[in-house]
Design a protein around this ligand. Structure first.
Ligand code: PRX
Length: 648
């Protein structure tokens, strides 16, 4: 399996140094920061923490490192909401716009820092009135509306940890996450807009709430105006709570290591992991990276990250990083093709967006829609582009550069993970010469190294990406499961964090990320484990066994391909089975294609040979089949694959 990930196939030699025009205004134009970070990474991060954030009490120790557990800025105290809101208002910037929010139907809201502070303070009081205390967990299941950011910041203000669940996840996924976190309150909405229609959220939440004993109260934001049931005593309308809440809620200083949030992500087993992030280190790194990777000039830039708050990108680069830096951001509620394929470009033009951050899967979709869509709009406000979520192929990079950046915007390809909390590998746009498809170098203060199977340093060619020392926004563990934390990240290579990604180093020392080398798929930039989809499939009464692989897909990066053995005498259609997976996990986990098969390729010891299934799905000649128990199985599957149509 791993040999595929470390193939060194690509040769891409185009180079794009920063232009003089860009450099003239850039925050960083030389390698000084790298020298600083490499000389003493702890001291480097301490300078950033002091420079970028406001602390109510100084730390006594920069980093306490008991491998694999780290604590940063130990003894220090600060409040995240204070850093994101109050201090900007106190400095006289209360009238500055924090968010331009654009609803899918075309409605919009403009929210200043002063308004956001008042809203967050009121909602923090509302949460208190529902019995939420420091250390409690609060679940958030919302569409892309400003209340999502308000809810997160209100939790941070009172020291409750939030756990945001992407609105596209099913009720089953929601209840699993609520129960694992033992959340006290759920914040949801009646519904939200998507593709011109209202999708109902509260009914999904109600289904989840049937099996979530820890939830005492539910707060419902009105957005879709769809009819919903409200359970007396448990359910409250957001606007009712806000009408009677006081706007006065002093930000209480929190310990630097106070749990800020949990965010669930897929690993190699069926059970999602509750990734833990804390306060001081997390905010330091997201503020630092947001400022320097995006070369932020908060007075003049209009910044737009198209992610959803349900993912880590939304946490770090829609909410915490931009607000800590006092930026003005755009938030958009809906899909990129409503009412037409040029919606995003009309938003760029409307708000004069200058920094635009999106995912390769979106860029490839824009490519399919054609260069004429962005050409309909004045995109001259753009000066910097970003990419995140999966490797960006050089063609997509070039298209992005030419059609969106009109040839004069640097592109920062940012590698990081839910677990890393913030960006780890990325260019600094005023200092780094770009190569299309390479995330270039580890940021200052970050130790990244490519190693071979034995953990030995690789200086050129393919290997595995590891991180060699702690960083401020690193995960503090997996909620309630320290052993899994150690096993999943720190056991493959001694003393190092193993990211699960393959990576190549070229002659100039540039890093080229090559995708996952474990059983985690990356579909449209979203992580989904093969095991999770397999368990969803076998939970259907007609399914006896299932094997799932991620196959290369020109738009979504990878597509989910399932091989299913039915129980004898039972039947189920492909469509029904796909819907069953959507119900169990969410629509993002629906297999693109399902092959029904009487058998699966297994080793003589009974292990499913996923590598062969991937070969079949990608129409490749089969590699080594000598360990196969029954070679006929694959021949049969290959025949089916060449005949079967696939669904989108
Ligand atoms: O495989 C890498 C890929 O996305 C994984 C992390 O997924 P997630 O935790 O959902 O976070 C996504 C947003 C940060 C990584 O292990 N990945 C992310 N960014 C890149 C990437 N692969 C290549 N290049 C990137 N820029």
């Amino acid at each position: 399996m791993a040999d595929k990930a470390i193939d060194d196939l690509m040769l891409e030699n185009r180079k794009f140094p920063p232009s003089d025009a860009f450099k003239r205004r850039a925050l960083i134009t030389d390698t000084g920061l790298y020298d600083d970070g490499n000389a003493d990474y702890e001291g480097f991060w301490a300078r950033q923490a002091a420079d970028l954030l406001t602390w109510s009490k100084d730390w006594h120790t920069i980093c306490e490192w008991n491998l694999p557990f780290s604590k940063w800025f130990v003894g220090g105290e600060l409040n995240v909401a204070y850093n994101c809101l109050d201090r900007h208002v106190l400095a006289g910037r209360g009238d500055k716009v924090a968010f331009y929010w654009e609803g899918e139907p075309g409605d919009s809201r403009v929210i200043t820092y002063a308004e956001l502070l008042a809203e967050v303070s009121k909602f923090a009081n509302a949460l208190k009135s529902l019995g939420v205390r420091k250390g409690d967990r609060v679940n958030i299941y919302l569409p892309m509306i400003p209340e999502a950011a308000v809810a997160m910041l209100a939790c941070a203000r009172i020291g409750a940890a939030h756990s945001v669940v992407f609105g596209g996840f099913s009720s089953q996924s929601l209840s699993d996450r609520i129960n694992d976190a033992e959340a006290k309150v759920l914040i949801t909405a009646d519904g939200g807009y998507r593709r011109g229609e209202v999708f109902a959220l509260k009914p999904q939440a109600d289904e989840a709430l049937q099996s979530t004993p820890s939830i005492e109260s539910v707060v419902v934001v009105r957005r879709g105006n769809n009819p919903v049931d409200m359970q007396a005593g448990r359910d409250h309308w957001y606007h009712d709570l806000m009408a009677s809440a006081s706007p006065d809620c002093p930000a209480e200083p929190m310990d630097s290591e106070q749990l800020l949030f949990l965010l669930y992500t897929s690993g190699t087993t069926g059970k999602p992991k509750g990734i833990m992030h804390t306060t001081g280190g997390y905010l330091t790194q997201v503020a630092f990276t947001h400022k320097y990777v995006f070369d932020l000039h908060p007075e003049t830039d209009i910044y737009w990250c198209t992610a959803d708050v349900g993912w880590v990108t939304g946490h770090s680069y829609i909410v915490y990083g931009p607000l800590a830096n006092g930026a003005t951001s755009v938030i958009y509620e809906g899909v990129p093709n409503y009412p037409a394929n040029d919606r995003l470009w009309s938003i760029v033009e409307k708000y004069k967006v200058s920094i635009f951050y999106t995912a390769p899967t979106a860029i490839r979709t824009f490519m399919k829609w054609g260069g004429e869509e962005p050409a309909k709009h004045d995109l001259s406000s753009l000066r910097l582009l970003g990419s995140v979520g999966e490797p960006i192929n050089p063609e997509a990079w070039m298209w992005y550069h030419e059609h969106i950046g009109r040839g004069n915007c640097p592109i920062v390809d940012t590698w990081w993970q839910t677990e890393t909390g913030g960006i780890m590998i990325s260019p600094l746009p005023g200092a780094t010469t770009l190569k299309p498809g390479s995330a270039t170098f580890a940021l200052p203060g970050i130790g990244a190294e490519v190693v071979d199977d034995e953990g030995k340093h690789v200086s050129r060619g393919g290997g595995y990406l590891t991180l060699t020392h702690p960083w401020p926004s690193m995960l503090r563990g997996i909620w309630k499961d320290p052993d899994r934390y150690r096993d999943a990240y720190w056991s493959r290579f001694e003393g190092r964090y193993f990211a699960g990604d393959g990576c190549k180093l070229d002659d100039d020392g540039y890093l080229w990320l090559l995708g996952r080398v474990d059983d985690v798929m990356n579909v449209s930039g979203h992580r989904i484990s093969t095991t999770e989809v397999e368990s969803a499939l076998v939970s259907h009464p007609s399914v006896a066994e299932a094997a799932v692989v991620g196959a290369n897909d020109p738009t979504t990066g990878q597509a989910i391909i399932a091989y299913v053995i039915l129980r004898s005498g039972l039947e189920v259609g492909e469509g029904d089975l796909r819907n069953h997976v959507a119900k169990e996990i969410g629509a993002i986990a629906k297999p693109k294609t399902i092959y029904f098969t009487p058998d699966l390729p297994k080793t003589r010891s009974g292990k499913i040979m996923r590598r062969l299934l991937r070969d079949v799905a990608e129409g490749r000649n089969l590699g080594d089949t000598t360990t196969l128990a029954d070679a006929n199985v694959v021949n049969e599957l290959q025949k089916r694959a060449s005949e079967a149509p696939s669904e989108d």
